[in-house]
Design a protein. Structure first.
Length: 829
């Protein structure tokens, strides 16, 4: 009896085991029309190295079909089929469809993914090769996945991993995907922001792109069959048919390794360490910040062993010294001395002294090289006689290289690299001249220190007299600025500035002609002028008929004389002659932000990086006004038309005619004279005349949402409800669809995290109660870091509040509270 029971038990175990094997692995390496795999079943390659089946990434319950190394400790997915369309449960099936395509279906029988081959056959089969390649081929064929001419193969549709036998080619077949594309995150296989491809140059390079921007470059790799010094055990091979491709140089069976493009943009090479049974990173594209493309800008050199990592090449100096001191080196460097180009410059004392070349050892050569097939000893001479050649290098693997433009992506390497020769003026190569320059500079600096110290001592003794004289000159004996600024003028000074004559300004503007008129300011017209030295200026002229304008004009003079910041418009001088009262500013060639932001033809020039730079610059200008300047100033009229843009689209806050100076202990103030622009005024200011730093923060929040959306706050009107821009942002926030707010000209997917943060900050800045809004210093921290942001409450001027708000401003309930009318005489309640 016992033997019978044992026999039955063995039989039951055998049946159960057979059922388990059938369910979890169909056996073999093939999927046919009659043999499919259903989650969690899988197939393995004939050599046992690869497995294909269903998986869920760490931290996700979604199911995907992928390929990974089998019998390896760490679960490394190498290829994903349905990366953009996950299955939400474990009901997925992989099979051959009736039209001969390989397909992934969910439990409802809906198509999730397909090989999408138009010339498929009805007797097709899918086979997993010993190289990890999933191949679709004709079932009646005697060939297998390792040597077949396939109908479709996964190697031609790479995801984020590059395996042995893959070919990353410089010639892109429209039917083949010749690029690696990163996962969106470690738990989300959908296509991320980064891609890697081999760029088809004369000497190919491997590039990593962040959306459309270059993020990393390998440098010239070298052909034919030149092992890369940048990527371990990978070669560049010329197939002699017009295509060059990247390939492995080892047998994968004995050396498990591949390339992986991570979701953060790093291209790494993991290798299986058989001793520890773990993966080791044997190479990475980014070891330091120097590996990020163009880290130090044009003619800047990056050295990871230095602090700071960026410096200018000898003979060059920073274009923007202030930015460099702050650690922003992207603007790069400019030459100190012009090139003579073989001593041909006429009238120069150094005309007989030719330019020379500075040798830089162990360099990663810059981008955009021009290649010449010439001997090593001929390369220097060819560059020397070519005035457009700014640098050259020679490498036995790639030949002679010239550069004719800016040298970008210069990096000092710790090992390897190439000697780079940079053209410099003779004076920059003269060592004795440099010593004399240092001595002369030291003497001059010492003399300047003595002069400046003496000047400050005298100035301090005469400060009171100078201040009284300047105030009398500016106000013509009336000091109208006190009307706007109240009693908070203690400590206010009038800084030195140029006094222009009216004749100079008449000549500069063509007698204030209409052709030179830039626009109409709050208290008079603004003109463009050109001084005799060629300098372009902006001229703000007080309208003689504007009584209110005189107060704003003098108010602006007092404020702008006492502030100076790169994100505030700079005062150049003034003119007070007879009835003429004129302020002269630096000229902003790109006019104001609204001319770009709301013009469909110009919007395309404002990519997200430019817009974010504008946002950051406005923040820093406000921070200076609120906290960092000697005076505490509330602007009170922040809007796109008061943000001017220089030639590089850097923002500068302008129009201080309505600004208020706060005393040292003041946090808020009240006024019966509300000034500003509807649509940008905080509710407490518009309704009861109370203003503070948080009033400017509210205006900034509206401005931030306008920059993101490319739409005016005044453009929202609906017959059923009146919706402001914060109201729309709040609606989309609650629908978890905030990216719908983004200007269509911005690729929202590439900047999803940063855009979502900025919209969150915009909502926080437009909260109804001032105490719920962040300070501008907190805003800067929020948009430039990864701190957890508080969840916003319902912002001001949303539909629920429109009737109340519009009533208090004299508007009907069908008109938005956000309009573009500047107020100057409203009385607060």
């Amino acid at each position: 009896m016992i033997m019978i029971l044992l026999g039955k038990a063995r039989l039951f175990s055998l049946v159960l085991m057979s059922h388990y094997v059938v369910k979890f692995c169909i056996g073999g390496d093939v999927i046919t029309a009659t043999e499919h795999i259903q989650d969690p079943a899988s197939i393995t390659s004939s050599g046992g190295l690869y497995r294909m089946g269903f998986f869920s990434p760490n931290g996700s319950a979604n199911r995907y079909v992928g390929i990974w190394y089998d019998n390896v400790p760490t679960y490394n997915v190498l290829w994903v089929a349905n990366r953009e369309n996950p299955i939400l449960d474990s009901s997925g099936v992989v099979k051959i469809s009736n039209d001969g395509n390989l397909v992934v279906m969910n439990g409802k029988g809906e198509l999730v993914w397909s090989s999408n081959v138009s010339n498929s056959v009805t007797d097709a089969k899918a086979q997993l090769s010993d190289y990890g390649n999933l191949v679709l081929l004709k079932q009646s064929s005697n060939s297998n996945a390792n040597n077949a001419d396939p109908l479709w193969q996964s190697f031609q549709h790479m995801t984020d991993s590059f395996l042995g036998k893959m070919k990353l080619s410089t010639i892109s077949n429209p039917n083949e995907k010749q690029a690696l594309t990163s996962w969106k995150s470690p738990s989300d296989p959908s296509i991320g922001s980064f891609s890697a491809s081999l760029v088809p140059r004369h000497i190919p390079e491997l590039f990593i792109w962040n959306c459309s921007s270059l993020y990393w470059r390998s440098g010239p790799i070298g052909v034919p069959k030149k092992q890369s010094v940048y990527i371990n055990r990978f070669d560049l091979v010329d197939d002699l048919q017009g295509s060059v491709y990247l390939a492995h140089s080892f047998s994968e069976a004995s050396y498990l390794s591949y390339l992986l493009l991570k979701s953060n943009g790093d291209l790494v090479q993991p290798k299986l360490d058989h001793n520890s049974s773990s993966w080791k990173i044997v190479w990475s594209s980014r070891v330091s910040d120097c590996d990020v493309y163009g880290q130090c800008g044009p003619f800047g050199i990056c050295n990871a062993r230095n602090s700071p990592i960026c410096s200018c090449l000898r003979g060059f100096e920073p274009i923007n010294s202030e930015e460099w001191r702050r650690g922003n080196w992207s603007s790069g460097c400019i030459r100190k001395s012009s090139l003579q180009c073989n001593g041909t410059t006429n009238g120069s004392s150094t005309a007989s002294k030719k330019d020379g070349f500075l040798k830089l050892e162990m360099m990663k050569v810059p981008n955009s090289a021009i290649f010449y097939s010439t001997l090593e000893n001929v390369c220097p001479g060819n560059c020397s006689i070519n005035c457009s050649c700014v640098a050259y290098a020679y490498d036995s693997g790639v030949g002679c290289m010239f550069w004719t433009g800016d040298l970008i992506d210069l990096q000092k390497l710790s090992v390897g690299g190439t000697a780079l020769y940079v053209r410099l003026a003779h004076s920059e190569l003269d060592e004795k001249g440099h010593l004399r320059e240092i001595v002369a500079t030291t003497v001059i600096m010492g003399t300047l220190i003595v002069i400046i110290t003496t000047w400050f001592a005298r100035r301090k003794a005469k400060k009171r007299e100078e201040k009284e004289g300047k105030e009398k000159h500016l106000s013509s004996g009336e000091a109208p600025s006190l009307v706007m600024l109240g009693e908070n003028l203690s400590g206010v000074e009038f800084q030195e500035f140029v006094k222009y004559k009216i004749e100079e300004l008449v000549a500069a503007t063509g007698n204030f002609g209409e052709a030179n008129k830039l626009g109409q300011g709050g208290f008079g017209p603004v003109y463009k002028g050109r001084l005799p030295n060629g300098q372009e200026i902006a001229i703000k002229r007080l309208s003689r008929a504007s009584g209110q304008g005189q107060q704003e004009f003098m108010n602006e003079m007092v404020v702008i004389c006492n502030v100076q910041h790169r994100n505030l418009v700079r005062l150049l001088g003034c003119c007070f002659e007879g009835d003429e009262k004129i302020i002269i500013y630096e000229f902003m060639p790109n006019k104001s932000l609204d001319t770009f932001l709301f013009d469909p033809l110009k919007q395309v020039h404002l990519d997200w990086r430019t817009r974010f730079n504008i946002v950051d610059g406005i923040c820093r200008g406000l921070l200076y006004l609120h906290r960092d300047s000697r005076l505490r100033i509330i602007h009170r009229d922040l809007k796109p038309s008061n943000i001017l843009l220089d030639e590089e689209l850097n923002p500068k806050i302008s129009d201080f005619g309505m600004a208020r100076i706060f005393g040292g202990n003041e946090n808020q103030a009240n006024t019966r004279r509300v000034v500003g622009t509807y649509g940008y005024m905080a509710p407490e200011y518009a309704m009861v005349g109370r203003f503070s730093e948080k009033s400017d923060v509210f205006s900034f929040g509206i401005l931030l949402l306008e920059i993101i959306s490319g739409r005016r706050n005044t453009s929202f009107h609906n017959e059923d409800q009146c919706l402001s821009l914060p109201g729309l942002a709040w609606k989309l926030w609650n629908e978890e669809n905030v990216l719908a707010l983004v200007d269509p000209n911005i690729p929202a997917k590439c900047f999803e995290v940063q855009l979502s943060r900025c919209i969150n900050v915009g909502l926080l800045c437009t909260q109804e109660r001032a105490k719920d809004r962040p300070s501008i210093s907190t805003v800067i921290s929020m948009i430039n870091s990864e701190v957890v942001l508080p969840r916003p409450k319902k912002p001001a001027f949303t539909p629920r509040k429109i009737a109340q708000d519009t009533d208090s401003s004299g508007k009907s309930q069908k008109t938005c509270s956000a309009n573009d009318v500047t107020l100057t005489v409203l009385q607060g309640r």
